[in-house]
Design a binder for this molecule. Structure first.
Ligand code: SIN
Length: 340
């Protein structure tokens, strides 16, 4: 009996030791931490996972997981799975999601200076956009883009827009009376009105159905969005005009961000900066590749606007620049660098 008590005591001591050692390991391994100790960041967006934004969101989630040993989990919800356009900003303000990356056009209602990015032919290429964003004026602008619980963390590229339609679009007159789907931006509306067309603001998730059912006749978007959402199946003509830039604000909920532990906030910001650099490289490659893939489908007639035709479009659209000077500010417009 005495021997049995000794064995029992030893067993209790060993199990207590193992239990304590186990707890210590668990505290060090964030893969094992309970739900309440883990920081969950919901990242909602409206496009496909295989677009520049979709890929950057996934890369960010993976790098953050690795760099925090699983303590921070970024859950990415693509394709308007959680919220569609118009809803995701409210969701961010109410902290139902903690990261979103809407097109700048969709934020012009909150920050009118962003109308600049929608001006037709304001940027010729990615390098000009990046030199502007990275300049003092561009960085000052990004810092100003904060309001009621919204904070801008970064700006990501998609690329340059092309036109799709049910009739060929080679010259300004070809736009007459066509109904275009647009993102909610007064500049985009004015751009089509200036060409004699009409514009209708629709969420991205409704575009395919609207084109298919002929609620609208035409649209503008980047090759990566057109390819991944198969808009080329419900349009007959595409004009490679590169007439406008489509980029994104990466936004967080300001209260959520400021309450993060300092070490975590630093990891998140450094990772986001790194992903922003990476996204700039893949966005251009992906749009070039997706344009070629659209051409290869032979489902849509693709027309490349010549330089002289482009000059005619530019001239026709110049009044749109004049119209929005007061809202954007001449000082900001003057900060856009020359094309290199
Ligand atoms: C996006 O790229 O996020 C969507 C753009 C659009 O609404 O056309």
């Amino acid at each position: 009996m005495k021997k049995f008590s000794k064995i029992l005591l030893s067993l209790i001591i060993i199990s207590t030791f193992l239990l304590l050692a186990g707890c210590q390991n668990r505290a060090l391994d964030y893969e094992q931490v309970g739900e309440d100790e883990r920081i969950v960041i919901k990242f909602s967006h409206v496009v496909s996972e295989s677009t520049p934004k979709g890929m950057a969101a996934r890369r960010f989630a993976q790098l953050v997981h690795d760099r925090t040993d699983g303590r921070v989990e970024v859950q990415v919800y693509p394709n308007s799975q959680l919220y569609m356009d118009g809803e995701e900003i409210d969701a961010l303000i109410n902290n139902h999601v903690q990261l979103v990356a809407p097109a700048t056009a969709k934020m012009t209602e909150y920050f009118p200076e962003l109308l600049l990015f929608d001006l037709p032919f304001i940027f010729e290429n990615y390098s000009q956009v990046h030199r502007f964003i990275d300049s003092e004026a561009g960085q000052d602008l990004l810092k100003k883009l904060r309001s009621e619980n919204m904070l801008t963390l970064s700006m990501w590229d998609n690329g340059f827009k092309v036109m799709t339609s049910n009739r060929p679009l080679h010259k300004p007159d070809d736009f007459l009376n066509l109904r275009f789907r647009i993102m909610p931006s007064r500049v985009l509306d004015a751009q089509f009105v200036q060409l004699g067309a009409r514009a209708r603001d629709l969420p991205f998730s409704d575009v395919y159905a609207a084109l298919e059912s002929r609620q609208v006749d035409a649209a503008e978007n980047t090759p990566s969005n057109i390819y991944t959402k198969k808009f080329y199946l419900v349009q007959e003509h595409m004009t490679v005009s590169n007439h406008g830039y489509l980029g994104y604000l990466v936004l967080t909920n300001e209260k959520f961000w400021s309450e993060l532990p300092d070490d975590i906030r630093i990891i998140l910001k450094d990772t986001l900066d790194e992903v922003t650099e990476w996204e700039r490289e893949i966005a251009q490659q992906q749009n070039t590749r997706d344009l070629q893939l659209i051409i290869n489908t032979e489902q849509i007639e693709v027309y490349h606007l010549s330089e002289s035709e482009k000059a005619i479009w530019k001239k026709a659209l110049l009044p749109v620049h004049q119209m929005f000077l007061p809202q954007i500010g001449i000082e900001l417009l003057q900060q856009i660098p020359q094309v290199d």
